[in-house]
Structure formats: structure tokens, C-alpha cells
Design a protein around this ligand. Structure first.
Ligand SMILES: NC(=O)c1ccc[n+]([C@@H]2O[C@H](COP(=O)([O-])OP(=O)(O)OC[C@H]3O[C@@H](n4cnc5c(N)ncnc54)[C@H](OP(=O)(O)O)[C@@H]3O)[C@@H](O)[C@H]2O)c1
Length: 191
């Protein structure tokens, strides 16, 4: 029998829990987080689920990952399907699809605010990977991270990562640099 895939969540927030402004990410750039945290972890897990607002903000499905977008809107569904996303009408359907797909061994909830909130309330999120950007990004239509109940999670310090603020180009021409210091913390739910 195939193993049930665990659900993990991955998020980046500023010091006040801001994760977005309207449909856009805050204007931070943490290239190290993208290259050494988000991309390798989600590629290894293989499957990403996301709300429609987050999916619409991407150029297309993330390369080498199965991307399931959640939407109740038929036009949004058609548009995202044409771009290569798999479509689910609600988070339960997305999770059922993810479990059935032969590829991938972990389901990553990559946001946004509404999907983090839904998973917090409805399913067991086994691991929470939080990038804490050491600055504040104020703006209109702030979307905040809901947080997860700290008493149910244990920080695993051995898996923390530290990225220093540094200018673009430090690691070659395409390097975008880090606009701030950032710390990645991994919280594990024990039950
Ligand atoms: N900092 C980070 O790590 C990070 C990561 C991801 C996203 N973001 C940011 O977060 C913001 C988007 O978050 P958001 O909360 O506005 O939208 P979202 O969670 O990306 O998408 C919400 C949409 O998903 C669909 N949906 C249907 N049922 C749902 C359910 N039960 N739970 C969740 N979604 C459901 C709905 O689409 P329909 O209306 O089409 O039915 C809903 O309007 C953007 O600013 C984005 O850049 C930040």
C-alpha cells in the first residue's frame, strides 16, 4: 500500500507577519532563501498546492513540481489549467488529488494567506518552514500569516538556516542578492 504523503507548509514573513500586499509578494528579495530553501525542498517533495491568488501571481507551474491550484471560479480554472496547473475546487479535493498522484512524497502548502489558514484549521501540518525576514514591509492590503499553534510544534534548531543581507551579483551575474538578513526555522509537529 502506498504511504500517505505528509503536508508541510512553507512561508516567508516580515517581522510583523506580513506575507503579501494584495495579490503581490512584499518587495523583498532573498535569493538565498529561494535557491537554498524553497526550491530544493519543494522540488524534493514534488507536489505544491496553492490558492488561486497565489497561482495567478506565478508565471506558470513551478518547474519540476506538480502544482495544484484551488479555485471555485471556472474562468480562473480554465486560465490556470491552460498554463499547466492541475485544478481543484477546494482544498480537500486538492489534497485527495495530491495523495493519488504517483509522483512526489510530500505535499507542500505554498500559500497564500487563506490556504495557510485553512490547513491550520482542518488538517495536520507536519512541518512548518518559516523564513523570518529581519525587516518590515509595510504597504496597502497587507496579507498576514495566521501562525500555527506553538504548543503543538517543536523548533528543530539543527535545520535552521541563516542568510545575510548582501548585494546582488555576489554569487555571479544572475544572483539577485538578499535585501535583508533572514532566518529559516523548521517546526515539527510531533503528533
Ligand atoms: N510570503 C509568502 O511566503 C507567500 C506565499 C504565497 C503567497 N503569498 C502572498 O499571499 C497573498 C495571497 O494570499 P490570499 O490569502 O489572498 O489568497 P490565496 O490563499 O493565494 O488564494 C485564495 C483563493 O483560493 C481559492 N480557495 C477556495 N477555497 C479555498 C479555501 N478553503 N482556502 C483557501 N483558498 C481557497 C479561492 O479562489 P477563488 O476565489 O478563485 O475560488 C480563494 O479566493 C499574495 O499577496 C501572495 O503574494 C505569500
Amino acid at each position: 500500500m502506498s504511504k500517505t504523503k505528509p503536508i508541510h507548509a512553507i512561508v516567508a514573513t516580515d517581522l510583523y507577519g506580513t506575507i503579501g500586499h494584495g495579490s503581490k509578494m512584499p518587495e523583498w528579495v532573498i535569493d538565498d532563501d529561494f535557491k537554498m530553501n524553497f526550491t530544493p525542498k519543494t522540488k524534493e517533495g514534488g507536489i505544491c498546492i496553492m490558492g488561486s491568488i497565489t497561482a495567478m501571481s506565478l508565471k506558470g507551474p513551478l518547474p519540476k513540481r506538480i502544482c495544484i491550484a484551488i479555485t471555485t471560479n471556472p474562468e480562473t480554472a480554465e486560465h490556470l489549467h491552460e498554463k499547466g496547473f492541475k485544478i481543484a475546487q477546494n482544498p480537500w479535493e486538492a489534497l485527495a488529488m495530491a495523495q493519488k498522484i504517483p509522483e512526489g512524497d510530500t505535499i507542500w502548502n505554498i500559500g497564500g494567506g487563506k490556504l495557510y489558514q485553512w490547513t491550520r484549521e482542518n488538517v495536520i501540518v507536519k512541518e512548518l518552514h518559516v523564513t523570518r525576514i529581519q525587516s518590515t514591509y509595510k504597504g496597502e492590503d497587507e496579507i498576514k500569516f495566521c501562525g500555527y499553534p506553538v504548543d503543538q510544534y517543536t523548533l528543530d534548531p539543527s535545520r535552521s538556516l541563516y542568510f545575510k543581507k548582501r548585494p546582488a551579483g555576489t554569487n555571479g551575474e544572475k544572483d539577485k542578492g538578499n535585501s535583508d538578513d533572514a532566518i529559516v526555522e523548521v517546526y515539527v509537529r510531533e503528533y
